[in-house]
Design a protein. Structure first.
Length: 401
């Protein structure tokens, strides 16, 4: 297997951009094995090309010189559009109560917050975001179970003694998916100094002391068995910190990214275009900005390699308003199933060899390295007292090399 271990060589500046709408930045750089496993390429019918990704700095030279953006911003929309988006609250009647109850019944498990609490805080962003991430978890899990011929998720509803809890949904050893995990967490308490220091390093102005905080999000990593089906990762979250004087700092973060073992450009175009369409509903400048940020964030520094073909990534999003930022996140969560499930269905019956499976295992090793060494969410979780280690490490595959 020495040909698998020689590494990869860059192919220069090859890439592509979407043809619809404004021209986008280059999406990815690619490379090939010196001796690619599996033989010749399959090109004309849009099947997987037999070239492995080269996640090297040379293959992504188009990104050279770009600095990591520290804060996500959305430009102000026209006043009329803002007025249309932000609807005044109305008193809840019996119909609204029943709608909320039906929505919660459709989730994988009861929400972390009780039904009465969600109803009483219905206009508060904490309640709205909790319902959004619970709904996203349910939609993704049901779509995955359906494509995996009815495979069942193990659902674990857990509580955190310091405050809050979560719902972990894991599917293992299915016909299609080796491991698929979709987690929801809603936690609150006091921010540890270590976690606060991480935020200060990103430009947050936080005073010393244990500040009250609330953090919630949905996160997922899906590892398929077939090396021609890519791994997908997504995470969407909301964070709120209360200062001593009662004022609150808040922001949203998140993203969706794809990590294939073997390149199929048609699938990459479909994935990126679906995310672009979701971003363009709010501002056409968001996709190229958050796509570039994603390319830079998922970089394995000690390897000089990039993890996957990117997608979108943003953090510290606190403009132009809380309502508009929330609606943007909502659009992103609705794009998860359509950007990924068609790719899974397309390649679920693709044949592969033991050599190709071995290459998938090696690429997964890189995935593990990034998550344990660089991932911001993993670092925050491990630095937060009372965190559930099983949920934090859910992103790791069952097997890797």
């Amino acid at each position: 297997m020495s040909f698998l271990l020689r590494g990869v060589r860059p192919l220069g500046a090859r890439g592509f951009s979407l043809r619809s709408g404004p021209r986008c930045s280059r999406m990815f750089g690619s490379g090939s094995l010196e001796s690619p496993p599996g033989g010749s390429s399959r090109r004309g019918d849009g099947r997987w090309q037999r070239s492995a990704f080269a996640w090297t700095a040379g293959a992504t030279a188009v990104l050279a010189g770009l600095g990591l953006v520290r804060r996500a911003e959305m430009k102000e929309q026209p006043r009329r559009q803002q007025q249309q988006q932000i609807q005044p609250e109305k008193p809840w009647g019996k119909e609204e109560e029943e709608d909320l109850a039906r929505l919660c019944e459709s989730f994988m498990a009861p929400p972390v917050s009780g039904l009465r609490e969600l109803r009483d805080r219905r206009g508060d962003m904490r309640s709205r975001m909790e319902l959004l991430i619970m709904e996203a978890q349910s939609q993704v899990c049901k779509a995955l179970a359906q494509v995996d011929r009815g495979a069942a998720f193990t659902v674990d509803r857990w509580e955190r003694k310091e405050g809050g809890g979560g719902i972990s949904c894991v599917l293992q050893d299915g016909e299609i998916f080796e491991k698929a995990g979709v987690n929801v967490s809603v936690v609150f308490g006091h921010l540890s100094e270590e976690a606060a220091q991480q935020m200060r390093s990103r430009g947050k102005s936080l005073k010393s002391g244990k500040l009250p905080f609330c953090a919630m999000g949905v996160s997922s990593v899906i590892h398929p068995k077939n090396p021609y089906i890519p791994t997908i990762h997504f995470n969407y979250r909301y964070f709120e910190i209360e200062e001593e004087d009662g004022t609150k700092q808040w922001w949203f973060g998140g993203g969706t990214d794809l990590t294939p073992t073997y390149l199929n450009e048609e699938d990459a175009i479909h994935f990126h275009k679906t995310l672009k369409d979701a971003c363009d509903q709010h501002n056409p400048e968001l996709y190229p900005k958050f796509k570039k940020w994603c390319d830079e964030y998922f970089y394995i520094k000690h390897r000089g390699e990039r993890r996957g073909i990117g997608g979108i990534f943003f953090d510290d999003l606190d403009s132009p308003s809380k309502e508009e930022a929330f609606q943007f996140v909502q659009s992103c969560t609705k794009a998860i199933v359509p950007c990924y499930i068609p790719i899974v269905k397309k390649h679920s019956q693709d044949k592969f060899s033991p050599k190709e499976k071995l290459w998938q295992q090696i690429r997964r090793g890189r995935y593990v390295e990034f998550n344990l060494v660089y991932d911001r969410g993993t670092k925050f979780g491990l630095a937060t007292p009372g965190s559930r280690i099983e949920s934090i490490l859910m992103s790791l595959p069952l097997t890797a090399r």
